[in-house]
Design a binder for this molecule. Structure first.
Ligand code: NAD
Length: 319
């Protein structure tokens, strides 16, 4: 019997790596609604991403499904209770390279603070005049890192490499942070007050929602640079706009927004001259995409051998 897993959300450039591993794989890019059900109807194994959700209503239409692999770290787009009810194993990719996101935080920082886009526009307009494009250097500045999990620690390491002073806040400090990342911990208040650049690397939870609010901005240095590659809900957008207006925040560099699914709600931030917004692309690079596939292949192969995949998602147990 040929093994024919279904791979969803596969771009053309990634097809070959799937077919090399599973020559009979059925590969789709975006399929939605009835087309999604048709694509997966008789599949035992489906590989997806956050772009294609598997609520209980979809899982109910897929009687053959036994293994559901998301090639993402997060898995809240899979109905795990429905998987548990049906004995479907779900897997994810817990770490596809946290340096990828940390590097992007610096891509934003260096690109904006050294006026790269404006410089390109200037030269394209036929002028090689440097005046008006003075940048801000990083060495000697203080980088505040909020959240020292996988991504925050990489960010701290890079900042240390740039010769920045690294101050971090995390309610659960990482034991070897000082030795590994060259920074030191301080209270949230002290990090906010001392930092020239503040980079957010916290999860989005009820406790962290709008952790960067008017009160937090009031504690920051004038002209602080805010970088958010974590989750949009960490920042109170209205308070950020107010802080940009007063100059408290000189630049906001945002890969994530609170309302990514309705950008009309974010227009004021997106259009602000001192705000650089990118469309949630910090994760999206050659290395991370490669690991998302190879880790998923490993889960599939472990499952086919009758093993519990190392990256199986813990399923809820019946109450
Ligand atoms: P992680 O779980 O490894 O680390 C999160 C850290 O935040 C932990 O050390 C935790 O103790 C700390 N924390 C929790 N509450 C806190 C608080 N109130 N104040 C300070 N620290 C707190 O997570 P990670 O993998 O490093 O991811 C960090 C963020 O990056 C998450 O929000 C994640 O969703 C986001 N992310 C974004 C992208 C992207 O493409 N933009 C990609 C991957 C992850």
């Amino acid at each position: 019997m040929p093994f024919s897993p279904v791979f969803l959300d596969v771009e053309d450039r990634d097809r070959a790596s799937v077919l090399e591993r599973y020559p009979d794989a059925r590969i789709f890019d975006s399929v939605r609604g009835d087309a999604l059900i048709d694509a997966c109807k008789d599949a035992e194994v489906v590989s997806t991403t956050v772009d294609t959700k598997f609520p209980a209503s979809v899982i109910a239409e897929l009687p053959a499904l036994k293994l559901l692999c998301t090639r993402s770290a997060g898995y809240d787009h899979l109905d795990l209770a429905a998987c548990a009810d049906r004995g479907i194993v779900a897997t994810h990719v817990p770490d596809y390279g946290s340096h990828i996101i940390a590097e992007f935080a610096f891509a934003l920082l260096l690109g904006v603070l050294r006026r790269v886009e404006e410089g390109r526009a200037r030269i394209r307009s036929g002028s090689s005049d440097h005046r008006g494009l003075r940048g801000m250097a990083l060495r000697g500045k203080t980088m505040g890192v909020l959240g020292t999990g996988r991504i925050g620690r990489h960010t701290a390491r890079i900042a240390h490499g740039f010769g920045m002073t690294v101050l971090a806040y995390d309610p659960y400090p990482f034991p070897t942070f000082g030795q590994e990342c060259g920074g030191s911990y301080a209270s949230l208040e002290d990090v906010l007050a001392a930092s020239d650049v503040i980079s957010l690397h916290l999860p989005s939870t009820a406790q962290t929602r709008h952790i960067i609010n008017a009160d937090a901005f009031s504690q920051m240095k004038d002209g602080v640079v805010l970088v958010n590659t974590a989750r949009g809900a960490l920042v109170d957008g209205k308070a950020l706009l107010a802080a940009l207006t007063t100059g408290k925040v000189s630049h906001a560099l945002l890969d994530v927004l609170e309302h990514e699914d309705d950008l009309s709600k974010e227009k004021a931030l997106i259009d602000h001259p001192n705000v650089a917004v990118t469309p949630h692309i910090a994760f999206y690079a050659d290395e991370s995409m490669r690991v998302m596939f190879t880790d998923c292949f490993d889960s599939i192969d472990q499952w086919r051998k009758g093993e519990t995949p190392a990256h199986a998602v813990p399923l809820p147990t019946a109450a």
